[in-house]
Design a protein around this ligand. Structure first.
Ligand code: ATP
Ligand code: MN
Length: 500
């Protein structure tokens, strides 16, 4: 009778049984007497030991290379030193494909090389950890809205017009007519909210962002709730609850993945309601304040010291490399030098840009939209996500309702993730008055003809309502502690990247 095929994650339930595993070679080393094969099957990794006397398995394993695929049988035995506490004493091996010359070696590669080999890079321990966390982020989002009685409504991806600004649209040929890939489902969701009350859409979103930043992709996933009868505090609470739920689920199920990413969980454990709330006007005061200047000066001093230390470290590693004779030692030192140089470049850039950021922050003019640099400064000042409300109306989209107490500002909110990550949520109360909306559209020079259906929502049973969008990739980047959002999605799309 064949042995049961089990997954590595379940191995501890099969101790002292003979089982079959199937997977790929994560690492392989061999002395003349014994071979150690680290097998990866997507659920985990497991050490498999092949003794020289176990033939033909011992000969078969010699024909395998990194990422070779195989099936094996062996006895699962407890071993304190093995990752997961179980190791396999191999009895038979069936090589499925030997995988000679896998391009991603276990040494350091530059990010361009890795992106060009993204289809293979996805297999690495780091990338699979990110993929699993992303999965949990998405399922936590859906669970949150489903538990609150929201109905999922899918909105069109082919859209006739721009909701957020025409500069960032991708054009598609729609039976001979130019249309655009959707930047948001919001306008359609407003219609659905009047039908169902509480709704959300969750889909791909397209923006032709021409700048290469750490937080912009051309294709990303966004969840957008829209709620009839909601006012601004309702939206703040809804978003706050969502972020708390997502962080809680990741902490609850992904300690090992966070650890693999080198992500300190402590800042995530601090994410609890209530989040700090400031108005845009208060945020501008914070930017211009002496405390912000002092914080930035302290950051500059710290980074300058770190630059000094890194340069010394690199010089030390360089001289060790000059004396190293063993190939493995040279390779190890080479990797360390490369990693240190990458950190050095980043720090040097931060040091170079900071004086400009300090000047911009000190002179920040009321009325400007907060940009990435300002968001970074603000979100570093708090250890929880920061809710910023009431931006200048003129900087915001036509559909946002103005504050009845101060018509110069909109009833909107952005939420900035802490640790410098910046905006992950943007939303608002929508203008529900027909005349006010028409006036605003006229001011913006918009043709009302294509928006008649949207204006109908104000003609027939208009109610106060609002919603927001939360970007999945930025949320995952923050939770995983990644510098760049390109690693948060399996096949990232951004300017200059379309392969694979
Ligand atoms: P930003 O000003 O940071 O470019 P935005 O204000 O244009 O973003 P919104 O229209 O408010 O973004 O979109 C809602 C959310 O979608 C943002 O808070 C963010 O999480 C996400 N998002 C927006 N643009 C991008 C992008 N290009 N790549 C990844 N996520 C994005
Ligand atoms: Mn926004």
């Amino acid at each position: 009778m064949p042995h049961p095929t089990v997954s590595i994650a379940d191995l501890s339930r099969h101790l002292d049984q003979t089982v079959s595993l199937q997977g790929w070679v994560e690492a392989l080393r061999s002395s003349g007497k014994v071979a150690f094969l680290l097998l990866r099957d997507g659920t985990g990794s497991c050490q498999c030991v092949i003794e020289a006397r176990t033939e033909p398995a011992f000969t078969a394993v010699a024909g395998l290379h990194q990422e070779g695929s195989l099936r094996l049988t062996g006895r699962a035995r407890p071993d304190d030193r093995a990752p997961g506490g179980v190791e396999i004493a191999v009895e038979t091996i069936e090589v499925v494909q030997s995988a000679e010359g896998y391009p991603i070696a276990r040494k350091a590669h530059g990010v361009d090389f890795l992106l060009q080999h993204r289809h293979l890079w996805l297999r690495s321990a780091r990338q699979t950890a990110i993929a699993r966390i992303r999965h949990t982020v998405i399922s936590a989002i859906r669970g949150y809205f489903d538990d609150l009685g929201f109905t999922l409504v899918d909105t069109p991806i082919l859209a006739p017009g721009a909701a957020e600004g025409a500069g960032t649209l991708f054009t598609v040929d729609y039976f001979g007519e130019p249309v655009y890939l959707a930047q948001t489902g919001q306008l359609y969701l407003e219609a659905a909210a009047q039908a169902l009350g509480k709704v959300y859409c969750f889909g791909p979103t397209f923006r032709a962002e021409k700048s290469k930043t750490r937080r912009h992709l051309a294709e990303f996933w966004m969840v957008e709730p829209e709620v009839a009868w909601a006012d601004l505090p309702d939206l703040e609470a809804l978003a706050e609850g969502l972020i708390c739920r997502v962080v809680e689920r990741v902490l609850g199920g992904h300690r090992a993945d966070l650890d693999r990413l080198g992500r300190d969980p402590a800042p995530l454990e601090a994410i609890r309601a209530p989040f700090p709330r400031v108005t845009y006007t208060e945020a501008v005061e914070i930017l211009r304040s002496p405390e912000t200047r002092a914080t930035l000066e302290a950051e500059q001093a710290r980074d300058l010291a770190a630059v000094e230390a890194l340069r010394k470290e690199i010089a030390g590693l360089d001289s060790q490399l000059g004396q190293a004779t063993k190939a493995w030692k040279q390779e190890k030192l080479g990797q360390e030098i490369q990693a240190a140089q990458e950190r050095l470049r980043e720090l040097e850039m931060a040091v170079e840009n900071r004086p400009g950021h300090m000047e911009d922050a000190a002179a920040f003019a009321w009325g400007r939209d907060l940009g990435g640099d300002e968001e970074t400064i603000l979100s570093r000042r708090f250890d929880r996500p920061l809710v910023i409300t009431r931006y200048p109306k003129a900087a915001k989209a036509f559909y946002m309702k103005s504050d009845p107490e101060n018509p110069r500002v909109a009833l909107n909110l952005d939420i900035l993730a802490p640790e410098g990550y910046g905006e992950i949520v943007g939303g608002s109360v929508r203008e529900d008055d027909l005349a006010a909306l028409e006036a605003r559209m006229a001011e913006e020079g918009m043709d009302p003809a294509p928006y008649q259906w949207y204006l109908d929502l104000r003609r027939y049973g208009s109610v106060p309502h609002g919603g927001f969008g939360l970007g999945v990739e930025r949320t995952v980047a923050w939770i995983c502690g990644l510098r760049h959002i390109r690693e948060t999605i399996a096949f990232p799309r951004f300017m200059g990247r379309l392969y694979p």
